[in-house]
Design a protein around this ligand. Sequence first.
Ligand SMILES: [Fe+2]
Length: 188
Amino acid sequence: MLYPEGVLIDGMTGAVTPETGRYSKRLSGLAGIFQDSSAFERAIFDEADPLVYEVIDYRKPDSDLFFGTTTMQPGKVGVEYYMTRGHFHERRDRGEAYYTQSGVGLLLLESRAGETRSVAMCPGVCAFIPPDWAHRSINTGREKLVFAWFCATDAGHDYGQILQRGMRKLVVEQNGEVAITDNPNFRT
Ligand SMILES: [Fe+2]
Protein backbone atom coordinates (compact mmCIF):
# COMPACT_ATOMS: atom_id res chain seq x y z
CA MET A 1 0.00 0.00 0.00
CA LEU A 2 1.16 3.51 -0.79
CA TYR A 3 1.18 6.18 1.89
CA PRO A 4 1.08 9.95 1.51
CA GLU A 5 4.29 11.87 1.91
CA GLY A 6 5.48 15.46 1.75
CA VAL A 7 8.48 15.82 -0.55
CA LEU A 8 10.72 18.84 -0.23
CA ILE A 9 11.72 20.40 -3.53
CA ASP A 10 14.45 23.01 -3.39
CA GLY A 11 13.72 25.43 -6.19
CA MET A 12 17.24 26.85 -6.21
CA THR A 13 19.25 23.62 -6.26
CA GLY A 14 16.73 21.12 -7.63
CA ALA A 15 17.24 18.86 -4.60
CA VAL A 16 14.35 16.44 -3.96
CA THR A 17 14.06 15.04 -0.43
CA PRO A 18 13.51 12.16 -0.25
CA GLU A 19 14.65 11.26 -3.76
CA THR A 20 14.34 7.87 -5.42
CA GLY A 21 16.66 8.25 -8.40
CA ARG A 22 18.74 10.60 -10.49
CA TYR A 23 20.77 10.82 -13.65
CA SER A 24 22.89 13.49 -15.20
CA LYS A 25 23.77 14.41 -18.76
CA ARG A 26 27.16 15.69 -19.69
CA LEU A 27 27.73 17.33 -23.05
CA SER A 28 29.25 14.19 -24.56
CA GLY A 29 25.93 12.42 -23.93
CA LEU A 30 24.13 14.90 -26.18
CA ALA A 31 25.87 14.13 -29.47
CA GLY A 32 23.82 15.01 -32.52
CA ILE A 33 21.42 17.52 -31.00
CA PHE A 34 23.50 20.66 -31.59
CA GLN A 35 23.96 22.04 -35.10
CA ASP A 36 27.61 23.06 -34.82
CA SER A 37 29.51 19.79 -34.45
CA SER A 38 32.95 21.40 -34.28
CA ALA A 39 31.79 23.76 -31.51
CA PHE A 40 30.36 20.67 -29.79
CA GLU A 41 33.69 18.78 -29.94
CA ARG A 42 35.60 21.89 -28.86
CA ALA A 43 33.31 22.49 -25.84
CA ILE A 44 33.76 18.90 -24.67
CA PHE A 45 37.53 19.27 -24.88
CA ASP A 46 37.93 22.85 -23.61
CA GLU A 47 35.40 22.58 -20.80
CA ALA A 48 36.24 18.98 -19.78
CA ASP A 49 32.89 17.53 -20.83
CA PRO A 50 30.67 19.90 -18.83
CA LEU A 51 27.52 18.92 -16.98
CA VAL A 52 24.45 20.10 -18.92
CA TYR A 53 21.56 18.88 -16.79
CA GLU A 54 20.55 16.65 -13.94
CA VAL A 55 17.21 14.94 -13.30
CA ILE A 56 16.12 13.87 -9.82
CA ASP A 57 12.89 12.00 -9.23
CA TYR A 58 10.46 10.84 -6.59
CA ARG A 59 8.84 7.67 -7.85
CA LYS A 60 7.02 5.05 -5.81
CA PRO A 61 6.53 1.53 -7.17
CA ASP A 62 2.98 0.97 -8.46
CA SER A 63 2.09 4.67 -8.33
CA ASP A 64 0.35 6.20 -11.33
CA LEU A 65 2.14 9.53 -10.85
CA PHE A 66 5.73 10.60 -10.35
CA PHE A 67 7.53 13.90 -10.18
CA GLY A 68 10.92 15.45 -9.75
CA THR A 69 13.19 18.22 -10.90
CA THR A 70 15.42 19.02 -13.83
CA THR A 71 18.31 21.38 -13.18
CA MET A 72 19.95 22.80 -16.28
CA GLN A 73 23.29 24.55 -16.31
CA PRO A 74 23.73 27.73 -18.34
CA GLY A 75 25.87 27.42 -21.45
CA LYS A 76 25.98 27.32 -25.22
CA VAL A 77 27.33 25.19 -28.03
CA GLY A 78 28.05 27.60 -30.85
CA VAL A 79 25.02 29.90 -30.87
CA GLU A 80 22.64 27.32 -29.41
CA TYR A 81 21.82 27.33 -25.73
CA TYR A 82 22.12 24.19 -23.62
CA MET A 83 19.04 22.05 -24.12
CA THR A 84 17.61 18.68 -23.14
CA ARG A 85 17.38 15.85 -25.67
CA GLY A 86 13.67 16.42 -26.20
CA HIS A 87 11.09 13.68 -26.43
CA PHE A 88 7.59 12.55 -27.19
CA HIS A 89 5.91 10.31 -24.66
CA GLU A 90 5.55 6.70 -25.75
CA ARG A 91 1.92 6.88 -24.70
CA ARG A 92 0.28 9.45 -26.92
CA ASP A 93 -2.42 10.19 -24.37
CA ARG A 94 -0.09 11.37 -21.61
CA GLY A 95 0.79 15.01 -20.99
CA GLU A 96 3.01 16.61 -18.37
CA ALA A 97 3.50 19.81 -16.37
CA TYR A 98 6.74 21.79 -15.95
CA TYR A 99 6.76 24.25 -13.08
CA THR A 100 9.72 26.61 -13.27
CA GLN A 101 11.24 27.51 -9.94
CA SER A 102 14.39 29.48 -10.75
CA GLY A 103 16.27 30.74 -13.77
CA VAL A 104 14.89 31.51 -17.21
CA GLY A 105 14.46 29.42 -20.29
CA LEU A 106 12.22 28.38 -23.09
CA LEU A 107 10.13 25.27 -23.45
CA LEU A 108 10.03 24.32 -27.13
CA LEU A 109 7.14 22.10 -28.19
CA GLU A 110 6.20 20.40 -31.41
CA SER A 111 2.97 18.56 -32.10
CA ARG A 112 2.90 15.21 -33.89
CA ALA A 113 1.45 17.08 -36.89
CA GLY A 114 4.40 19.48 -36.91
CA GLU A 115 3.06 22.60 -35.25
CA THR A 116 5.56 24.50 -33.12
CA ARG A 117 4.91 26.40 -29.90
CA SER A 118 7.06 27.77 -27.13
CA VAL A 119 6.36 28.65 -23.52
CA ALA A 120 8.59 31.05 -21.59
CA MET A 121 10.04 29.39 -18.51
CA CYS A 122 10.45 31.73 -15.55
CA PRO A 123 9.76 31.36 -11.84
CA GLY A 124 6.07 30.79 -11.16
CA VAL A 125 5.09 29.67 -14.65
CA CYS A 126 3.66 26.18 -14.83
CA ALA A 127 3.73 24.99 -18.43
CA PHE A 128 1.00 22.65 -19.61
CA ILE A 129 2.37 20.10 -22.05
CA PRO A 130 -0.56 18.47 -23.84
CA PRO A 131 -0.44 14.81 -24.83
CA ASP A 132 1.49 14.06 -28.03
CA TRP A 133 3.55 17.24 -28.10
CA ALA A 134 7.32 16.73 -28.13
CA HIS A 135 9.04 18.91 -25.55
CA ARG A 136 12.56 20.18 -25.04
CA SER A 137 13.69 22.68 -22.42
CA ILE A 138 16.40 25.22 -23.06
CA ASN A 139 18.30 27.32 -20.55
CA THR A 140 18.53 30.76 -22.16
CA GLY A 141 19.76 32.51 -19.00
CA ARG A 142 23.05 32.91 -17.18
CA GLU A 143 21.96 31.04 -14.05
CA LYS A 144 20.77 27.51 -13.44
CA LEU A 145 17.28 26.75 -14.73
CA VAL A 146 15.38 24.62 -12.19
CA PHE A 147 11.93 23.23 -12.87
CA ALA A 148 9.74 20.62 -11.25
CA TRP A 149 7.86 18.20 -13.50
CA PHE A 150 4.85 15.98 -12.87
CA CYS A 151 3.99 13.07 -15.11
CA ALA A 152 2.18 9.74 -15.32
CA THR A 153 4.55 6.84 -14.61
CA ASP A 154 3.38 4.97 -17.70
CA ALA A 155 3.98 7.91 -20.09
CA GLY A 156 7.34 6.57 -21.27
CA HIS A 157 9.99 8.42 -23.27
CA ASP A 158 10.47 8.32 -27.01
CA TYR A 159 13.76 10.13 -27.66
CA GLY A 160 14.43 8.53 -31.03
CA GLN A 161 12.34 10.67 -33.30
CA ILE A 162 13.74 14.00 -32.11
CA LEU A 163 17.25 12.59 -32.11
CA GLN A 164 16.94 11.40 -35.71
CA ARG A 165 15.30 14.37 -37.34
CA GLY A 166 15.75 17.23 -34.85
CA MET A 167 13.06 19.79 -34.11
CA ARG A 168 11.75 22.31 -36.62
CA LYS A 169 12.99 25.29 -34.60
CA LEU A 170 16.29 26.20 -32.96
CA VAL A 171 16.78 28.48 -29.98
CA VAL A 172 19.88 30.59 -30.50
CA GLU A 173 21.62 33.71 -29.32
CA GLN A 174 21.38 36.35 -32.03
CA ASN A 175 22.88 39.83 -31.45
CA GLY A 176 22.83 39.14 -27.72
CA GLU A 177 19.13 38.20 -27.73
CA VAL A 178 17.26 34.93 -27.55
CA ALA A 179 15.85 34.05 -30.96
CA ILE A 180 13.81 31.17 -32.35
CA THR A 181 14.91 30.31 -35.87
CA ASP A 182 14.12 27.63 -38.45
CA ASN A 183 16.30 24.54 -38.26
CA PRO A 184 17.96 24.32 -41.70
CA ASN A 185 18.83 20.67 -41.09
CA PHE A 186 15.37 19.52 -40.08
CA ARG A 187 14.41 16.30 -41.84
CA THR A 188 10.79 15.32 -42.22
FE1 LIG B 1 8.06 14.37 -20.88
